[in-house]
Design a protein around this ligand. Structure first.
Ligand SMILES: *Cc1c(COP(=O)(O)O)cnc(C)c1O
Length: 359
């Protein structure tokens, strides 16, 4: 199987081997040490300040999104949220559910964020800003500097969903002055799903301290208290946390976050150049691409049909889209353990489909 989706993605041999082992008991000094090392490495890769903290929740990335809202925002806040696709929509739903007052900045699919999108909200008393650094559903990488500058000028607390972009695109939590960043184990961390990683800057720690969380399982006060000694309040996905540890060390040894971002960028570029070279009937739909994924509109065949035939007849997975994008968009991911020769195989399959007049 070759997997070009955006998660779960292909894992390295080291990560796979741990998945085949027995899962150990975890209330031990050894597991605590591993968890503290995980915290230190994710903070390093995000360039978080030394007084920031990281926690590992046993849930998917969406659980991290909900935890961020439940633990740092109240109905005294006035939030701005960018909605450019299905993940932005999720933030909107969560803010609605938790009764946080908010204004939605609705973006057209595939469009980049420009200063004029933010200008109307300048000096209007907003206290928080939520957005996806990379809206994975449409493959749009938002201008984080633009948002960060807005937040600094307007004293907005920033919650950034970096679930599909962390380790795929440059990210500097200190420079952006972000309060909360969220990622998940099955995206560029290239581990099985099951863990949401959150990095919390001092501004977030203060909000957490002063906010009552109406969910015991996702209460970050409890997660933070336990993580001081490398533990979690509840039984975590122990096996996945061990895989994350191996993966973080693998990245560290290979040159750290910067090297991983560059590796991903090279793969994305390789694939995008070949697409042009072979003149395939696909157009890129995003004005502002991330290294994590190439979102494509096929001009001659349903996107979902292409996904199906590649899966069933070629043993390859590209990433289908849902809802009203089902027939119009598919995505080719560049995160996980992929190589240029894997893309050569995918391109060969596309050319074969073109020769057979399927596309
Ligand atoms: C994948 C993804 C999520 C959701 O993560 P789950 O692990 O499926 O809950 C949220 N936001 C973005 C930007 C994503 O790419």
């Amino acid at each position: 199987m070759l997997n070009f989706t955006v998660g779960p993605v292909m894992s390295s041999e080291v990560v796979l081997a741990i998945g085949a082992e027995q899962v150990p008991y975890f209330r031990t000094a050894e597991f605590s040490e591993l968890m503290l090392e995980n915290e230190q490495l994710v903070k390093k890769f995000a360039n978080a300040t030394s007084d920031s903290r990281a926690v590992f929740l046993t849930c998917s990335g969406s659980g991290g999104m909900e935890a961020a809202i439940m633990n740092t925002l109240t109905n005294h806040d006035k939030a701005l949220v960018i909605n450019g696709g299905s993940f932005g929509e999720r933030f909107v739903e969560l803010l609605t559910l938790h009764d946080i007052p908010f204004t939605e900045i609705k973006m057209e699919k595939g469009k980049a964020l420009k200063p004029e999108h933010l200008a109307p909200y300048e000096g209007k008393g907003y206290t928080a800003f939520l957005f996806q650094k990379h809206e994975t559903s449409t493959g749009v990488h938002y201008d984080t500097k633009l948002i960060s500058d807005f937040c600094k000028r307007n004293a907005c607390f920033m919650i950034v969903d970096t679930i599909s972009t962390f380790l795929a695109d440059h990210f500097d939590m200190t420079d952006l002055n972000a309060g909360v960043m969220i990622t998940g184990s099955q995206k560029a961390l290239a581990c099985p799903p099951g863990i949401a990683v959150m990095i919390l800057a001092p501004s977030a720690l203060e909000r957490i301290e002063n906010t009552k969380c109406y969910c015991q399982y996702l209460d970050l006060k409890l997660a933070l208290k336990n993580q001081v000694r490398g533990q979690t309040p509840w039984t975590p996905a122990v096996g996945v946390l061990r895989q994350i540890n191996a993966r973080l060390k693998e990245i560290d040894t290979a040159g750290g976050a910067m090297a991983e971002v560059e590796r991903t960028a090279r793969l994305a570029e390789y694939f995008r150049n070949k697409l042009k070279e072979y003149d395939l009937p696909f157009t890129i739909i995003s004005e502002s691409l991330s290294n994590a994924v190439t979102p494509l509109h096929p001009t001659t065949q349903s996107a979902y049909q292409i996904f199906q035939i590649l899966k069933d007849e070629y043993g390859m997975w590209i990433c289908p889209n849902g809802g009203d994008m089902k027939d119009n968009v598919f995505r080719v991911g560049h995160i996980g353990c992929l190589t240029e020769s894997d893309y050569d195989q995918l391109l060969k399959a596309f050319i074969d489909l073109k020769d057979k007049k399927f596309i």
